[in-house]
Design a protein around this ligand. Structure first.
Ligand SMILES: CC(C)(COP(=O)(O)OP(=O)(O)OC[C@H]1O[C@@H](n2cnc3c(N)ncnc32)[C@H](O)[C@@H]1OP(=O)(O)O)[C@@H](O)C(=O)NCCC(=O)NCCS
Length: 187
């Protein structure tokens, strides 16, 4: 089982009991507003979602990383990354969601920082990217905080309302990652 440690968190592969976390996330409109694939309707769907993630995690060669964020023995969020269908923007892209009661304590920035270290150092990624709606300030800010920079904006139409919405992509390459971490180490 993959297990990454940061100052306050353990990031580990999903296990079946994480269905309670996923079920809780799926009931938060502030989460499902941006994470449409978490729009689940029952504990059974949450369990299936977790099982799918576990199945993807188990494929060889490994392409997907669906991890739970664990703080003080409690699963508080999910961070997933994998090979994008279109590889021109980077080797991995990611998605994330945290229980709202845990927001604004720097947890996702800390988790993403740890995940990027793993992607660049262990998986030898050359570039990693993430996408969000421009109005999702927290998500954009998390990406900026770990040193990612804006690489594109475009308009998408919301699945349910059909409304036009601006989206953005942030990216970081291995060189920028190494430089940022050198800067952090030397203060
Ligand atoms: C995005 C998400 C994972 C962030 O998690 P988090 O642990 O709260 O993030 P952090 O605390 O590491 O950083 C959030 C940053 O955004 C800022 N922020 C959050 N909401 C904000 C707002 N409405 N206005 C301005 N800044 C805001 C915080 O102040 C913080 O920045 P700072 O440290 O410079 O002050 C969480 O909000 C979430 O689960 N959202 C729903 C799912 C989602 O949108 N996922 C991403 C889909 S693309």
């Amino acid at each position: 089982m993959l297990m990454l440690h940061t100052a306050r968190l353990v990031l580990r592969d999903l296990v079946e009991s994480d269905w309670t976390l996923v079920n809780a996330l799926s009931q938060e409109r502030t989460v499902t507003q941006y994470q449409t694939w978490l729009r689940l309707h029952s504990p059974a769907e949450a369990l299936q979602w977790v099982r799918n993630g576990m199945e993807h995690n188990a494929l060889h060669p490994r392409q997907a990383y669906n991890l739970a964020l664990v703080h003080q023995n409690q699963a508080i969020g999910w961070l997933g990354w994998g090979r994008p269908t279109d590889g021109t923007q980077g080797d991995y892209d990611f998605g994330d969601a945290l229980l709202p009661s845990m927001w604004r304590h720097g947890f996702m920035s800390e988790a993403l920082q740890g995940a990027l270290s793993y992607m660049f150092q262990s998986l030898k990624a050359r570039q990693v990217f993430g996408e969000c709606a421009s109005m999702n300030i927290a998500s954009a800010r998390v990406m900026e905080k770990v040193g990612m920079t804006l690489s594109a904006t475009w308009i998408e139409h919301d699945d349910t309302t059909g409304e036009a919405e601006e989206h953005r992509r942030y990216a970081i390459d291995v060189k920028a990652w190494q430089d940022a971490n050198k800067i952090m180490r030397t203060g």
